[in-house]
Ligand binder design. Structure first.
Ligand SMILES: NC(=O)c1ccc[n+]([C@@H]2O[C@H](COP(=O)([O-])OP(=O)(O)OC[C@H]3O[C@@H](n4cnc5c(N)ncnc54)[C@H](OP(=O)(O)O)[C@@H]3O)[C@@H](O)[C@H]2O)c1
Length: 300
């Protein structure tokens, strides 16, 4: 199948690699063209504009930073919706507010095409291996059309309801994870005076109810950072986490749902971004908060 991928950042590039590896004819476009080079070297075809990508593809996947990126890529004279897209299927996978997907769906339908939203859980490696968790929001017929492609990207695909419901579920699964990195930082601040090897603490935590799957994956990186080393490859950065937390807080406000812990966590992440870097790996939040604590004079 001819599949277009507009937005080849970390996730888009991994998805392009996965689909190309399965034998699909993959067409790619990215605002920063230089990022296309490795994908083209691996056999993808580069499009000059989102409109050209849509013209060359039956199915178009987008996975972009935020609502502004979606507007810029779908809209305008060279945007994905600029040409004749009647009958095409768009699959939008960014983490954004449900309202963003609803507005986009109306624009896509007005052009005679279909939109399925499918934000995902999981990062670069699961995307490359087809092991994402897909959270679909779509009309049933559109969902059925998107399913065969999404099943090649996801180990679990949930159709959560109409457009918008996938985004609500994506914010739902990310919320405890974002809060967790802050909780871990505070827990480490408490035990730091004991002087135990950070790798030992991570190993112990991962073996208890205090250790979710994310810790099993990133715990060694956190231990490295606590010893002054590097986090390893950045798969999800502090900027993206701040964006997600802001999206959660805004969504809670719009729905009249109180999210006091999420709002506080957002402030903690914003402080980390100011004092470390938005480009740092997300678990840097735990390390920043572990190190930020004033050390008591007595250790136990
Ligand atoms: N990384 C993860 O682990 C992960 C997991 C699940 C979901 N997500 C979600 O997936 C989405 C992409 O994440 P990512 O980690 O792949 O981010 P990323 O590496 O920063 O890529 C972002 C993509 O959006 C494009 N973009 C940003 N602003 C744009 C604009 N104004 N016009 C056109 N294109 C624009 C970027 O183009 P340039 O290259 O030109 O900047 C790039 O292609 C986000 O919504 C994120 O929350 C990420």
């Amino acid at each position: 199948m001819n599949i277009g991928i507009a937005g080849t950042g970390r996730m888009g590039a991994a998805i392009a690699t996965r689909l190309g590896g399965l034998g699909h004819k993959v067409v790619v476009w990215n605002r920063t063209r230089a990022k296309l080079a490795p994908l083209v070297a691996a056999g993808a075809q580069a499009a000059d504009s989102p409109a050209a990508l849509a013209a060359a593809s039956e199915v178009i996947i987008t996975i972009l930073t935020n609502a502004a990126a979606i507007d810029a890529t779908y809209g305008g004279p060279k945007g994905l919706l600029a040409g004749d897209v009647k009958g095409k299927l768009f699959i939008e996978m960014s983490t954004v507010r449900p309202q963003t997907q609803l507005v986009l769906a109306a624009k896509v339908r007005a052009k005679g095409a279909a939109l399925v939203e499918c934000p995902v859980g999981g990062s670069i490696a699961p995307a490359q291996q087809g092991k994402l968790i897909g959270l679909m929001g779509a009309e049933p017929a559109d969902a059925a059309r998107a399913r065969p492609i999404l099943e090649q990207l996801c180990r679990r695909l949930e159709h959560c309801g109409p457009i918008g419901s996938g985004s609500v579920m994506k914010l739902t699964i990310n919320m405890p994870l974002m809060i967790y990195w802050q909780a871990l930082g505070e827990a480490l601040a408490l035990c730091r005076p004991l002087g135990l090897d950070p790798a030992r603490i991570m190993d112990l935590l991962a073996d208890t109810s205090g250790g979710p799957n994310a810790l099993k994956i990133r715990g060694a990186g956190v231990a490295q950072m606590l010893k002054g080393g590097d986090a390893g490859p950045v798969t999800f950065d502090v900027d993206s986490a701040v964006k997600d937390l802001r999206t959660m807080v805004a969504e809670g406000k719009a729905r009249g749902v109180e999210l006091p812990l999420t709002a506080t966590t957002l402030g903690c992440y914003e402080e980390t971004k100011r004092n470390v870097s938005g480009a740092a790996e997300v678990s840097t939040v735990s390390v920043y908060w572990a190190n930020r604590a004033k050390q008591p004079s007595e250790t136990v």
